[in-house]
Design a protein around this ligand. Structure first.
Ligand code: HMG
Ligand code: MG
Length: 303
């Protein structure tokens, strides 16, 4: 066991969490969510994406949301940029980090960003160059790292291949993403090992959707390999409009409960995080999709 003593969570609720919501969420609500998340101690927040508003209408207010956030010192704000057009629009909003998002599955790449894996790398190349030149950090997401809604199981070699391609264009960190939440611990470990043939343990993170209820087990399996960075989403929001059947990301509250229970530091105040999850869940008129949040809210109601 190679457990880290501290873990960094990248809160993706405002982006991955909300992008899949059918009902429009006003920019003011998104901004308030970011404020509550940073008040809870999150230091990395994926705020929005600069993608085509025809493809993902929910993210059309990207610039408004970025402009409305009162930046807290020590917090880093990231945004998704699929191409140079998105990057140029994003720079007006002064993100700290940009995320290019590719896939280990050809079919998913086509459905999600309308091009092949090879073409996506050519689109990301000038984005990464321009971002690095401006002193921004560049993260890459490798979607469908264990399974694809269109191609089925994905071999770890595909993950290694995309990691190599991303590394070759200057991407500094990769997130190994189980987009549709089909992974189980050993498969996830193999996908992470594949990324580790190119990147170091400090340069990779886990991004696990929880469709089959495996995301916490997959998080634990990653921790046991020494992985210490994870994308999580408050109240378990999330999903990709181009990944049919996929549900939300692993809930931030559940991961924080797991980590604190294991004596692993996060710097996050779980009670305030639960409040942030309750805030957005109230707006969406549903209960938080987090067992830990549910338990803590029930406990509060009984107190
Ligand atoms: P395309 O149609 O091939 O692009 O879409 P195009 O370059 O041919 O341009 C077509 C139109 O889109 C033009 O407008 C462009 O201006 C516009 P028109 O002339 O028709 O009015 N356009 C843009 N508008 C705003 N921002 C841009 C942009 N680029 C072009 N950046 C494109 C290609 C990538 C744009 C499109 O496929 C797209 O927006 N896809 C986004 C899909 C998406 O956001 N998916 C969810 C995020 S990924 C995810 O959730 C997975 C992740 O969580 C990890 C995991 O779980 O796996 C990260
Ligand atoms: Mg995702």
């Amino acid at each position: 066991m190679n457990l880290p003593s501290r873990v960094k969570l990248v809160e993706v609720g405002p982006r991955d969490g909300l992008q899949n919501e059918k009902q429009p969420v006003p920019a003011a609500i998104k901004i308030e969510l970011v404020h509550r998340l940073q008040a809870a101690g999150l230091t990395e927040i994926e705020v929005t994406s600069f993608v085509s508003p025809k493809w993902v209408p929910q993210m059309a207010d990207n610039a408004e949301v970025m402009a409305g956030v009162n930046r807290k010192p020590g917090v880093r704000y990231s945004v998704l940029t699929p191409n140079l057009q998105g990057f140029e629009a994003a720079t007006q909003s002064r993100p700290d980090e940009i995320v290019v998002f590719g896939a280990a599955s050809e079919a998913f790449s086509q459905k999600n960003i309308n091009c092949s894996i090879a073409d996506s790398i050519e689109r990301f190349r000038p984005v990464a160059q321009a971002a690095l030149a401006k002193g921004l950090t560049v993260r890459g997401a490798i979607s469908c790292a264990v399974g694809c809604p269109y191609e089925g199981e994905i071999a770890p070699e595909r993950v290694a291949m995309v990691a190599r391609l991303m590394h070759g264009i200057g991407v500094q960190h990769v997130g190994v993403a189980d987009t549709i939440g089909v992974g189980t611990p050993l498969k996830v470990q193999r996908a992470l090992e594949a990324a580790l043939t190119v990147y170091t343990i400090d340069q990779i993170s886990g991004h696990f959707h929880d469709t089959y209820g495996m995301a916490l087990a997959n998080t634990l399996a990653s921790l046991q390999m020494g992985v210490w960075q994870f994308d999580t989403s408050v109240a378990g929001l999330g999903g990709c409009p181009y990944a049919k059947g996929a549900t939300g990301n692993v809930a931030s509250e559940d991961v924080v409960y797991l980590l604190h229970g294991m004596g692993i530091e996060t710097g996050i105040d779980l009670d305030k995080l639960v409040d942030a999850g309750a805030f957005i869940s109230d707006f969406l008129q549903r209960k938080p999709n987090s067992r830990a949040a549910t338990a803590l809210l029930n406990k509060r109601a009984q107190a």
